[in-house]
Design a protein around this ligand. Structure first.
Ligand SMILES: Cc1ncc(COP(=O)(O)O)c(C=O)c1O
Length: 462
């Protein structure tokens, strides 16, 4: 084996990539023909590709690099922990210090009902744990038939069998015989698509009432839990009406249904609160987390377990037959500790709440006048721009025109990573972004919208 770094051209990297590497959520053949963009290094909120292009990463990697790239405290924590204890499991009545300390710190930053954590390696695994745990909870309580979990269309809860089943992405269900039994979906609280003609607040109540109708139809004695992302991230940064979550809480309380907040994107400051449930005023029994817990520097996920569930599992549950090799991985936990302490030290949550979130909201409001824009939404440091064909009637472009992808192409070409979910352009930049960098990002977004409008006009679509 050659011990020296391999020096290759971009084309050589792309050829090796195409020859061996199957990427997630990718049309393998089409990417092999086109060639991947090879990302080489990163600092702060910027990436550099193998051609030397500098790119503003307005998606924080994949919604995770909350503290930005190149944070020495996280790098040092990993190095130190790898030297001391790179791995040991937590299965056989053993524990490691970083995992214990992280469990303590997570309990400190989480809402007060959470005093315990179950670690996983990712958000998807965290949601697998949720499915096992809520069913186990009802089983221990002598209600084993209470197994159904209600989720929402267009939700994203990961890509394992349980995660993809909880999620409401039709394309995912179409592959691999999903959803698994016992998971049902209600409609999402997406006002722009489903609520036009009613006020946002009325629509929020209506969208929550679909949960109540479902519980009644299935029978409350069969429903174990409801799961939702406070703001649907991968679904398109869909910020629910303010009335939605309090009404969901009321319904879950009324029928005794467990409430699960998937905080994989919304956790760790993204919404200007430590967790999205605090932003929207609800009190979950379980919270799934991943991504921002380590700012993506190393994989880690888990589930915060509220006292209602923890007490039953601890006091009456006996052995919980579930866990992962990397549950409580010492290096991942050491990095998470450094990451959360950095978020605390730099006051990043408060910064998003008091300064950057409101500033982003102002800048996005200014985009609303653009001829292509039907709606803008922000929540903390997440934002969405809905592209429309006809502004006054909010008429959508035909899906096969792929206007969102066209816009995304302009973003890439102009040094900006912005994601397209259909024709909804979304961002979630690192929480360390400055006002000046938000200005820089907004200027790029304006340029890319103008270029997309010019394309649409040239094709006669507008
Ligand atoms: C809300 C939500 N839950 C779960 C997941 C799955 O996390 P992972 O990709 O770490 O398995 C994601 C990933 O984007 C997510 O956005």
């Amino acid at each position: 084996m050659n011990q020296h770094p391999i020096v290759r051209t971009t084309q050589q990297w792309q050829a090796a990539d195409a020859a061996h590497y199957l990427h997630p959520f990718t049309d393998f053949k089409s990417l092999a023909n086109k060639g991947s963009r090879i990302i080489e290094r990163a600092d702060n909120i910027y990436l550099w590709d193998s051609e030397g292009h500098k790119i503003l990463d307005a998606m924080s990697g994949l919604w995770c690099v909350n503290v930005g790239y190149g944070q020495q405290a996280l790098i040092d924590a990993a190095t130190k922990q790898m030297t001391e204890l790179p791995f040991y499991n937590s299965f056989f009545q053993t524990a490691n210090k970083p995992a214990i300390e992280l469990a303590e710190l997570l309990a400190e930053v989480s809402p007060t009902q959470f005093k315990h954590v179950f670690f996983s390696g990712s958000g998807s695994e965290g949601n697998d744990t949720v499915v096992r745990m809520v069913r186990r909870y009802w089983d221990v309580l002598g209600q084993p038939e209470r197994t159904v979990i209600i989720s929402r269309n267009n939700a994203y809860h990961g890509s394992t069998m349980a995660g993809a089943s909880l999620g409401g992405m039709r394309g995912m269900h179409a592959q691999g015989g999903l959803p698994i039994p016992g998971i049902v979906h209600i409609e999402q609280p997406f006002w722009f698509e489903l609520g036009q003609g009613t006020s946002r607040d009325d629509f929020g109540i209506k969208a929550a009432s679909w949960l109540e109708a479902n519980i009644i139809e299935i029978g409350a004695d069969k429903v174990a839990a409801f799961i939702g992302e406070p703001v649907q991230g991968a679904g398109g940064v869909i910020v629910p009406p303010e009335t939605y979550w309090p009404e969901i809480q009321r319904i879950c309380d009324q029928y005794g249904v467990l409430l699960v907040s998937d905080e994989v994107i919304c956790g760790f400051g993204r919404t200007g609160h430590w967790f999205g449930c605090e932003r929207f005023g609800f009190r979950p029994d379980l919270m799934t987390f991943a991504k921002g817990v380590t700012s993506g520097y190393i994989p880690l996920g888990g589930v915060m377990v509220g006292e209602r569930i923890a007490r039953v599992l601890i006091d009456q549950g006996g052995e919980f037959n579930h866990g992962y090799t990397y549950s409580g991985h010492p290096v991942a936990c050491a990095v998470a500790l450094a990451n959360i302490r950095l978020i605390q030290r730099e006051g990043l949550v408060e910064r998003v709440h008091d300064d950057l979130g409101p500033y982003l909201a102002e800048q996005f409001a200014a985009l609303a006048g653009h001829a292509l824009v039907g709606e803008v939404q922000t929540c903390g440091l997440m934002g969405a721009v809905q592209l429309v064909q006809d502004k006054p009637s909010a008429k959508a472009f035909a899906a096969d025109l792929e206007v969102g992808m066209l816009c995304r192409g302009h973003c890439f070409a102009n040094g900006l990573i912005m994601r397209a979910v259909g024709d909804r352009m979304i961002i979630a930049p690192p929480l360390v972004i400055t006002r000046a960098q938000i200005d820089e990002m907004m200027a790029l977004i304006h340029t890319c919208l103008d270029l997309t409008l010019a394309d649409a006009a040239r094709h006669g679509w507008v």
